[in-house]
Each structure stands twice: as structure tokens, then as C-alpha cells.
Design a protein around this ligand. Structure first.
Ligand SMILES: [Zn+2]
Length: 180
């Protein structure tokens, strides 16, 4: 079985979530052993795979920011199912909530994760904001502009049913804690 979306899971994030959440899952007074820890991590990986598959399907296997798509017939290539509220900061429900996901090409995924861009709800669509640092670079460097202006980056993302729209609570979290 191929698990999707595993690139998004960093070892130190897996370890942090394991230390934070596993103790509450075992009976009081017992200590966890390596078998329990491996099973817990496997559960996290399976959850991530289900999340990635749902998010990619939700966005039609294309980058929400630019429309990039490359499907080899089996699964999308060069596309990531990113978390709006980062995986490491999310609880167990938020980590697998499709409304906390955004499909993006590697460049736009990385820019969003790094807080160089954020999304805000605006009625029937989402608006894309760029941080001052990214905007300045796009203004001065043509190669950067290619990815973040004009056809390289949508100014607004229109999502129509049955597509699940990102939840406001995750978008707000991203704006307050990641963006800038
Ligand atoms: Zn893109």
C-alpha cells in the first residue's frame, strides 16, 4: 500500500505529536513501549494519507493557487496536500479535516507554509494575500514574478460546491500564526 502525503510529515513533528498525545491514549499507570509508539505513528501516517487523498480530490488534483496539474493516470505528481493550520499544531480531528487542506504545487505550498502568502474568506471565494517581503521580490525580480503575479498566481480562488471550502477558523489561524 502506498501512503500519500508522507512528505508533509517531518520526523520531529511526528515525535512531538507522539509525545503530546500518546500518553492520553494508554491506560493510566502504564508506560508506552516501542510497539505502541510504532502503531501510533502508523495511525498518524494512515490518517495523513487519507487526508492527502481527500484534499487532492477536493481541488480536482490541481494547485489552488495557479492551476498546475500533472496526473500520470494513477495519482497526481508534484502536488501537495498542505494543512492550513499546520499538521504539528493541529489536534487529531484537525489533522484529517479536509476543510483544513489546500492542494498546491511545491512552490506555492512552500510559500504558504512559510507564511509568504495567506488566504482570506471573501463571500464566495478566497482572496490571496502576499507578504511584503514576497511582494517586494515579485516587484523586482522577474523570475520571482513569474510564480507570484499574473497567471502565475490567482488573486482569488473561487470554489464551488461540492468542493469543500477551507474553514474560516483554519484560515484565521494561518493569518495570525504563520503569515507575515
Ligand atoms: Zn501553484
Amino acid at each position: 500500500m502506498v501512503l500519500l502525503g508522507q512528505d508533509e510529515l517531518r520526523e520531529d513533528d511526528l515525535q512531538a505529536v507522539l509525545e503530546r498525545e500518546l500518553p492520553a491514549l494508554v491506560p493510566e499507570g502504564t508506560t508506552t513501549d516501542s510497539t505502541t509508539e510504532r502503531a501510533f505513528v502508523q495511525m498518524l501516517r494512515i490518517g495523513q494519507s487519507a487526508f492527502a487523498s481527500q484534499v487532492l480530490r477536493n481541488y480536482g488534483a490541481a494547485c489552488a493557487f495557479c492551476g498546475f496539474t500533472l496526473d500520470d493516470g494513477e495519482r497526481p505528481t508534484l502536488l501537495r496536500a498542505g494543512h492550513i493550520k499546520p499538521w504539528r499544531d493541529s489536534d487529531d480531528r484537525e489533522r484529517i479535516d479536509v476543510a483544513n487542506g489546500i492542494a498546491a504545487c511545491p512552490t506555492h505550498d512552500a510559500a504558504f507554509d512559510a507564511g509568504l502568502m495567506t488566504l482570506d474568506p471573501a463571500g464566495d471565494h478566497l482572496t490571496v494575500s502576499m507578504s511584503p517581503r514576497l511582494r517586494a521580490a515579485a516587484d523586482h525580480v522577474p523570475a520571482t514574478a513569474r510564480y507570484f503575479t499574473g497567471e502565475g498566481l490567482r488573486q482569488k480562488i473561487v470554489l464551488t460546491p461540492p468542493t469543500v471550502t477551507p474553514s474560516t477558523k483554519y484560515l484565521r489561524w494561518h493569518r495570525e500564526h504563520v503569515y507575515g
